[in-house]
Design a protein around this ligand. Structure first.
Ligand SMILES: Nc1ncnc2c1ncn2[C@@H]1O[C@H](COP(=O)(O)OP(=O)(O)OP(=O)(O)O)[C@@H](O)[C@H]1O
Ligand SMILES: [Mg+2]
Length: 259
């Protein structure tokens, strides 16, 4: 379970995240939907303690992430697939992470097989395609067998097979009772993958959705590829854009979600 309360991040004059409150419960895939620059990555960095909130707080399974002594056992995250030492092989990259977190070598082999990289485990990760790098990042997230998983735009740059793989992976992780939080700017992708949504457009999901004319009940309908629900949400977002509520004024690009 991830719980954010009044989460706010300001970079100078830029209000990246504005009073965001939400929960991400276990056993479901929660999509984090918002256009480019909405504050998705910033929120995820704050969840991981990589950025300090200007105001508000966030906990993972009841405690701030930074308080965990062995965090990889609690939360696995993929934020930036290219943030690896390119000179290291996939196996060595994972082994370094494992050894520094008290995780045995057997898990390295296990996650490499799980993400389909076992045949290239000895190759330099710097030579990996984006899709392979995403898989390596996901392997690192799974290494500690954590209860909470967080993926920032995991389908970006993937081919159709990779997209299908991610969809089925996140669903199976949620079916195991894990908390799964993944971001995207693609409403179509979220409609297929997510059981529930947190929508960000420089506002909080509960308050922000109402401000933009996307009531919570309607968000609840955005499930499992329902084209009709996608259209209704799209129409609502466009209507809100025309009405120009407070969120729309502060963040005019919020209704440019790709459908
Ligand atoms: N380190 C930083 N310093 C200054 N501004 C930042 C920093 N990180 C993010 N921002 C700004 O905060 C806002 C939110 O950025 P963020 O990367 O969180 O959005 P995002 O929803 O992840 O976008 P995208 O879909 O493009 O990945 C943007 O206006 C961005 O320019
Ligand atoms: Mg981002």
């Amino acid at each position: 379970m991830i719980e954010a309360t009044g989460l706010t991040k300001r970079y100078g004059a830029t209000l990246a995240v504005d009073d965001l409150s939400f929960t991400v419960p276990p056993g479901q895939v929660t999509g984090f939907l918002g256009p480019n620059g909405a504050g998705k990555s910033t929120t995820m960095r704050m969840i991981l303690g990589l950025d300090a909130p200007t105001a508000g707080s966030v906990t993972v399974n009841g405690r701030p992430y930074a308080e965990y002594r062995r965090p990889l056992h609690e939360v696995g995250a993929l934020l930036d697939a290219r943030a690896v030492h390119g000179g290291r092989s996939a196996y060595d990259h994972l082994l370094c992470l494992a050894l520094s977190n008290g995780i045995g070598r057997a898990r390295v082999d296990h996650v490499l097989a799980q993400v389909g990289l076992h045949t290239v485990a000895g190759k330099r990760s710097g030579g990996f395609s984006l899709g392979m790098a995403q898989r390596l990042g996901i392997a690192a997230a799974l290494l500690g067998d954590p209860r909470v998983l967080m993926f920032d735009e995991p389908v970006n740059g993937l081919d159709p097979e990779g997209v299908l793989w991610i969809r089925s992976l996140v669903k199976s992780l949620a079916a195991e009772g894990r908390t799964v939080f993944l971001s995207s700017h693609l409403m179509s992708e979220m409609a297929i993958t997510a059981d529930r949504l947190v929508i960000i457009g420089n506002g909080t999901p509960d308050q922000g959705d109402h401000r933009r004319g996307l009531p919570r009940e309607r968000l609840g309908q955005l499930r499992a590829g329902s084209l009709a629900a996608r259209r209704r949400a799209h129409d609502s977002a466009r209507g809100a854009g025309r009405r120009g509520g407070p969120t729309a004024r502060r963040h005019p690009q919020h209704h440019r979600l790709q459908l």
